[in-house]
Unconditional design. Structure first.
Length: 129
C-alpha cells in the first residue's frame, strides 16, 4: 500500500506544484473566492488538505528513511485540515493575507520537491529501508 501512496503523492504533488507555478494568478483568484466565502471557504480549503493528508497518514505509516518525509507531509496536511475545520477564523485570517503570485510559485516549488522525493522513494526507498 505504501508504494500506491508514494505514486499518489508523486502524481498529485507534481501536477499541483506545476499548476501553482504556471497558473499562480488563478490560484490567487481561487483563494480570494474561498476567503470571501467566509467559514465555508475555510472548510473547503481544509478539505483540500485533510482528504489527501488522511489518505497518506492511513496508508503510509513509515517512519524509516526515506519514507519518513512523506509520512510527515501527510501529518502536516492533516494538521492544516484540522485548523481549517476547528478554527476556521484562524484559517480565514491566514487566507486574508491574500497570497501573492510569488507565494504560490514558492508553494509550487515546495510541492514539486515533495513529488520528486516521492519519486525518489519509489525508485530507491526499498533499497535503503
Amino acid at each position: 500500500m505504501e508504494r500506491a501512496v508514494e505514486w499518489f503523492i508523486a502524481v498529485t504533488s507534481l501536477v499541483i506544484g506545476a499548476s501553482h507555478i504556471v497558473r499562480a494568478g488563478d490560484w490567487v483568484a481561487t483563494f480570494g473566492i474561498l476567503h470571501r466565502a467566509g467559514r465555508p471557504g475555510a472548510f473547503v480549503n481544509g478539505a483540500l488538505s485533510l482528504v489527501p493528508g488522511a489518505l497518506i497518514v492511513a496508508s503510509h505509516r513509515s517512519w524509516s528513511w526515506p519514507g519518513t518525509i512523506l509520512t510527515a507531509f501527510g501529518w502536516l496536511l492533516v494538521l492544516k485540515g484540522l485548523i481549517c475545520f476547528l478554527a476556521p477564523d484562524m484559517a480565514l485570517h491566514s487566507m486574508e493575507r491574500a497570497p501573492s503570485r510569488r507565494a504560490f510559485v514558492a508553494g509550487g516549488i515546495a510541492l514539486i520537491a515533495v513529488g520528486t522525493w516521492a519519486v525518489y522513494c519509489l525508485a530507491f526507498g526499498g533499497l535503503t529501508s
